[in-house]
Structure formats: C-alpha cells, structure tokens
Design a protein around this ligand. Structure first.
Ligand code: CO
Ligand code: CO
Length: 313
C-alpha cells in the first residue's frame, strides 16, 4: 500500500486532526498543540493546556489513546512549578482515558506546555469539519470570551478566583460533548480555539460549500467579558481574526462593535461547534444535557450558497 493511500484527512481543509487508516476497522487520529500560560496557577495551566490538546481528537469524534508531553521550560522558574504543570496535564489525560507515554523538554525563556495526542476512530465514522448541510442547526457547547479574560488577567485587572467559572469551562474536556454527538449522529464538528467562533465557523462553511446565519444574542459569553471588552481589553488575536475572516462576515445593524470583537476573540480550549440536522437537533441538546454538558446553545443555521459567508444578526 502506498503510504499516502491511508491518509483519510490531512491538512487540506484546516481539519482539526489528521486521520490515517490502518485497517478497515481502525484509523489513528493525530494532533499536537502547546502554548504559553494563560493562567498563573501551574496546575490549572497544565489542565487547560491538556484539555485543549485533547480537544481536536474529540472534535473528530475519536477517542484519545496516548499523549506525549511537550515542555518548554525556564529552569529559573523552579522545577516544582514544572512538576505541577505536568501533573495538571496528567490529570486531564487520565480523565480522558488515555495514558501519558513520554515527552520531551527543552529550555526556553518563556514556558510553554501542551501534548501530542494520538487517538483512534473507525475509518468510516470520524466527524469532519467540512460536511455541514443546508438546513443544519449549529450548536455550541462552551461560552466564548476567554481571550478577553486572559488579557484582563495578564493586566492584573482580575484574579483567577474571580473568573473560576471560565477557567472551569476551559479545563473541562470536550469528551462528553463528543460522546453525545456521536450517539445522535451529526454532520460536522470543529472545536473553537485560536481563530475564534467566526474564524472556525468560516472554515467549516468553506469546507462544506455553504453559508450560515448566527444570532448574536443567543451566543453564550463568560461573565465580565463585555465589561472588560468595553474598556478596550481585546487581545490582538481578535483583530487578526477579523482580518482573517474579512468580508466573509456581515453584521446586522444591531450587532455593536464590542459584540463583534467578542465573536472574533481567540479561545483556548473552547467548546465544540456542531452542525446537526434540524430533525436531530433536539436529540443532540437532550443528549448533551444527559452527558452533563452545561452549555448547549443553538446559535444559528446553515444556509445555501456563498460558501464560507456568515450573517450575524
Ligand atoms: Co481544532
Ligand atoms: Co488545535
């Protein structure tokens, strides 16, 4: 067999992870992610980074199997801190049912942490980000606005204990949301990370050759995000995302600048964005509830034409 023949999903459509068929029954799913601390507590940082790294596996409807630590660490910070980051990460890997099987550490002035994760899925059953269908409902499983909160945290305008609701959300695995969508059967899925809600939605729509309308009022946003965004605490990434999406997005008159910034806000370990048929949408919401997924917001609908265009009302 030619090596390339096994590759079911590569880098062609900004897919969340690569899928490679080993046998008719089994494919492996591979992804890697790491970043600089967005919270101060090392254990929380480890948990968030690991949940984020595992997320692309869950977005594809796969199960994580093994994980390897990627650590960039400044020894001046102290080995006990490094230990806590890695233990935090291991917590989440264990919760996912996968195992940590090694890793690699290099010295770097600015610390970074994440995982390379390998998962498994049936080669006919993985969920891509490019199969949204006209008429589908769009369901989001976590609030947005973490980029704004992280900026406030960096600027020491808020402490971790004041935004624990948001931190709890981003350290929550997308595992249960993934199990729920697999049970129901959905058309497409991606997870919301660096490109923000609109950036990741656009990629899904381009890949699927469709457009969408979303309702800004029903999009869940973390507490205090509007307050900070109004004072100008919007991360640079939100502006790059606005540029990236460009004129693919049209805002209705009622959608003010602050709301727009939040829709472009880059997320860390954000929720799943699921495209599900109208008929199965209620079942998905019920199944998410059964799986204790706190947020299950139906934020919009997939429409015909204008591949990749988004109307925000
Ligand atoms: Co992703
Ligand atoms: Co990723």
């Amino acid at each position: 067999m030619k090596k390339a023949e096994g590759l079911l999903r590569g880098i062609e459509n900004s897919e969340d992870a690569a899928v490679y068929r080993l046998t008719d029954e089994l494919a492996i799913v591979q992804t890697v992610d790491f970043f600089t601390p967005i919270v101060n507590d090392p254990c929380l940082f480890g948990q968030v980074a690991a949940a984020n790294s595992l997320s692309d596996i869950y977005a594809m409807g796969a199960d994580p199997l093994t994980a390897m630590n990627l650590v960039m660490f400044n020894p001046e910070i102290g080995l006990d801190v490094l230990q806590e980051i890695i233990l935090g990460g291991r917590d989440k890997v264990e919760e996912s049912g996968a195992v940590v099987v090694g890793g690699h550490t290099v010295e770097d002035k600015e610390p970074k942490y994440g995982l390379s994760v390998t998962g498994v899925v049936h080669p006919d059953k993985f969920i891509t980000n490019s199969n949204a269908k006209i008429g589908d409902k769009l369901v989001l499983t976590k609030p947005i606005g973490m980029g704004v909160l992280a900026t406030a945290l960096k600027g020491e305008l808020v402490e971790e204990k004041d935004i624990m609701g948001a931190i709890d959300s981003i350290r929550t695995l997308n595992k249960n949301a993934s199990l729920a969508m697999r049970k129901v059967g959905v058309n497409a899925c991606t997870d919301i990370t660096g490109f923000g809600l609109l950036g990741h939605l656009m990629e899904m729509l381009i890949g699927s050759g469709v457009s969408a309308v979303i309702q800004s009022e029903v999009i869940p946003v973390f507490d205090r995000v509007f307050e900070f965004a109004e004072t100008g605490l919007v991360p640079g990434g939100a502006f790059s995302n606005r540029k990236y999406v460009g004129n693919q997005v049209k805002f209705g008159q009622g959608v003010n600048d602050i709301t727009q910034d939040i829709l472009f806000d880059p997320q860390t370990s954000g929720g799943l964005l699921i495209s599900v048929s109208k008929e199965r949408c209620d079942d998905l919401v019920k199944e998410l509830e059964k799986e204790n997924v706190l947020i299950r917001a139906v934020i919009g609908q997939v429409l015909e034409g204008g591949a990749g265009t988004i109307k925000v009302i």
